[in-house]
Design a protein around this ligand. Structure first.
Ligand SMILES: Nc1ncnc2c1ncn2[C@@H]1O[C@H](COP(=O)(O)OP(=O)(O)O)[C@@H](O)[C@H]1O
Ligand SMILES: N[C@@H](CCOP(=O)(O)O)C(=O)O
Length: 319
């Protein structure tokens, strides 16, 4: 369930009256989602999504509005928030921050085909091309600076082997990312799993759920994508999906020498990032709502596979 705050039609009508988006025809709570309250709202003019923010740092919402506005202006398939007649996007409803978005077409791909992988790689490459010039700032909330203090919190729940694995890994990342050359920077999605994309057949309808969006190493975003989109159940990489995503991405944004060098380590660090965040949800900071947490084991398996088999060769840059 993801309607943590119920809303009446009168409340939604009052919000809509400030926008040029038509009058309310119907509204429906959306079951998917884990953090925020989502409604599909139909007006006599268009299909919308209404999000009420239930948690997180509300003072960071303007960053997400600016980022989505920017990407929308650059014709990326993202839900650019609606602005009211005074130009304001962020409102309050039921005492929660609220945004209205266009409803984008499509469904989450469970087993993406190669055409869908190419579409995702191409769009992420385009996004990273333009996001390097985005002027907003929000430090990556899940990078090495987060891993360093947070991994200590879960060690007590792990077997001795897993404790050693986690500690050794974090120390290794510190040696690589704490001292190496700065990698290309820009705005990231920060959590671009399959369930944060919508596909209408093979067409990418949109990238959604930008609330892990931040600025930092572009390579971090790409590694999250490969670990989720191109991994087999045993944690090993699927070469076809890997190559389809990366070839399309590289045609838009070639990687630097330093990014190619640090790629295997970035795959490991982003796998550990999700192993850790999921362990924290299970053991340290369970959600207030009765939701089934994501399985930490999945990302431990991915990390072990990256350690055992390494990364696959990166395709050459397009010429
Ligand atoms: N702009 C959108 N267009 C279409 N569907 C959307 C849009 N935004 C959200 N959704 C739907 O609502 C669900 C929950 O949204 P999401 O932002 O992922 O919530 P949460 O932050 O709670 O995880 C998504 O899985 C998707 O099905
Ligand atoms: N997609 C993630 C959930 C979001 O990560 P978080 O660190 O913001 O909780 C997952 O699959 O674990």
């Amino acid at each position: 369930m993801a309607v943590f705050t119920p809303l009446t039609e009168t409340q939604v009508e009052a919000l809509l009256s400030r926008f040029d988006a038509g009058s309310l025809v119907s509204m429906e709570g959306v079951a998917a989602g884990t953090e925020n309250t989502t409604f599909f709202v139909t007006t006599d003019r268009r299909e919308l999504v209404l999000t009420l923010f239930e948690q997180g740092a509300f003072d960071e919402l303007p960053f997400f509005v600016d980022l989505l506005d920017y990407l929308d202006e650059h014709r990326l398939p993202v839900p650019g928030p609606l602005h009211d007649r005074d130009g304001v996007a962020l409102h309050r409803l039921a005492d929660k921050p609220a945004l209205l978005f266009p409803r984008l077409p499509g469904k989450h791909p469970h087993a993406p085909n190669l055409t869908q992988c190419r579409a995702l790689g191409d769009t992420l490459g385009r996004m990273h091309q333009v996001s390097q010039h985005f002027t907003g700032h929000r430090p990556n909330p899940r990078d090495l600076h987060w891993l360093l203090p947070m991994h200590h919190k879960v060690l007590v729940y792990l077997s001795p082997d897993d404790q050693a694995l986690m500690k050794d890994e974090v120390e290794t990342y510190q040696g690589v990312f704490g001292t190496g050359p700065e990698l290309p920077q820009g705005a990231l999605h920060g959590d671009l799993f399959r369930d944060n994309t919508l596909f209408d057949g093979d067409r990418l309808g949109g990238l959604i759920d930008f609330y892990n969006g931040c600025t930092g190493d572009l390579l971090f975003d790409l590694a999250i994508v490969i670990n989720d989109w191109a991994t087999e159940p045993d944690g090993r990489l699927n070469a076809e999906r890997h190559d389809a995503i990366l070839r399309a991405y590289l045609a838009r944004r070639p990687l630097t020498h330093a990014e190619r060098e640090e790629w295997p380590m970035m795959l490991r660090m982003t796998a550990l990032r999700y192993w850790l965040s999921r362990l924290l949800v299970v053991y340290v900071d369970p959600p207030a709502h009765d939701l089934t947490p994501h399985d930490p084991e999945q990302f431990r398996t991915i990390l072990l596979a990256r350690l055992q088999y390494g990364a696959l060769p990166l395709p050459e840059d397009a010429t």
